[in-house]
Design a protein around this ligand. Structure first.
Ligand SMILES: [Zn+2]
Length: 322
């Protein structure tokens, strides 16, 4: 082969590699399980694209971009538990959907039967996962069981229960977002606890016994006393949350970092500008990016950052420096 031809072949091979989905990096990233993790926050999946709306096409493109750049889905519960088993060299990412608007999960009738709308958020996500099984299957839906239309449990009253059961059965998570999006900073303890307990009761009416582990604060506003949101009993129902999510704040610290605070979990709003910023940030600031070692039982950290580990760590975890 002539040098020129060889150069052209190499160029084309490089181009093909960069276009192939799933190609992470030419050089696999070294594990760094003290890096930060993006918790992405979606609202409406609908038209047109605007501040609180991502179009179905852009949402699908987000999934493609994340996948191609080596991100893999994990659940919020796994993040909270520090149980991260994504393949070596990949980066975990969490998807969250707030406010149960209709475009997130819709059934449509086709040929006389009900099917999930392929242009709704869950339809797009399920299709993407089917085509890329190694992407993982996880997302948390912070639903509003008692909101007015169109935010009441995805706005198809006849399918409410079916949707919540579908999410639970498929391994997605259902989170508490209060009964009807109450600004928890405005109310007394009785109302705050009632809003949280009632939301859980309404969800469990459809999915009996479902354990809700996380609360996303409406408007990102904390109640006067955070303990009201964490655990308690109201109107005959007991709730307990392992994590509380804010509406902003950037990428979350590693769950193994001493900066990780489950009561103040920051999120990144999944809009074009913020997504572009953070994807670019992690491309440049490689040391800041969580990269899995592929083994949920082993915690691999750069030696220089070992002092950032939180303590105590789960005793079953084996810490390895690199
Ligand atoms: Zn909300």
């Amino acid at each position: 082969m002539s040098p020129l031809l060889a150069a052209v072949v190499a160029l084309l091979a490089g181009l093909a590699a960069s276009l192939l989905p799933g190609v992470v990096h030419a050089q696999p990233l070294p594990p760094n399980e003290l890096g930060r993790v993006m918790i992405l926050e979606y609202h409406k999946i609908d038209y047109p694209e605007e501040r609180w709306t991502r179009t179905p096409e852009n949402f699908r493109r987000d999934l493609e971009t994340l996948y191609a750049r080596g991100y893999r889905l994990i659940g919020l519960g796994d993040l909270l538990d520090g149980r991260i088993g994504t393949p070596a060299g990949t980066t975990p990412v969490v998807l969250t959907f707030d406010d149960s608007s209709p475009g997130q999960f819709r059934y449509v009738e086709r040929d006389g039967r009900q099917m999930i709308d392929p242009k709704s958020g869950i339809g797009i996500l399920e299709a993407f996962i089917e085509a890329h099984p190694d992407f993982g299957r996880a997302a948390t839906f912070f639903v509003l069981p008692g909101a007015s239309r169109p935010n009441r449990l995805f706005d198809q009253p006849e399918h409410e229960g079916r949707k919540l059961r579908f999410l639970a059965e498929k391994g997605y998570e259902i989170g508490n977002h209060t009964l009807w999006h109450a600004n928890l900073g405005k109310y007394d303890e009785t109302t705050v606890r009632g809003q949280i307990a009632q939301a859980q009761v309404w969800i469990q009416r459809h999915v009996p016994g479902y354990k809700i582990r996380t609360l996303a604060l409406p408007h990102g506003v904390y109640p006067r006393d955070v303990s009201w949101a964490l655990r308690g009993t109201a109107q005959g129902a007991s709730y307990q949350h392992d994590g509380i999510l804010m509406v902003a704040g950037g990428a979350a610290p590693s769950p193994f970092s001493r900066n990780f605070d489950p009561v103040r979990m920051p999120r990144i709003q999944a809009v074009e500008r913020d997504l572009t910023y953070w994807l670019g940030y992690f491309d440049k600031q490689r040391d800041e990016r969580f990269v899995s070692d592929g083994d949920a039982a082993v915690l691999t950290v750069p030696t220089a950052r070992r002092d950032r580990l939180r303590s105590p760590l789960p005793p079953s975890l084996k810490v390895v420096e690199r």
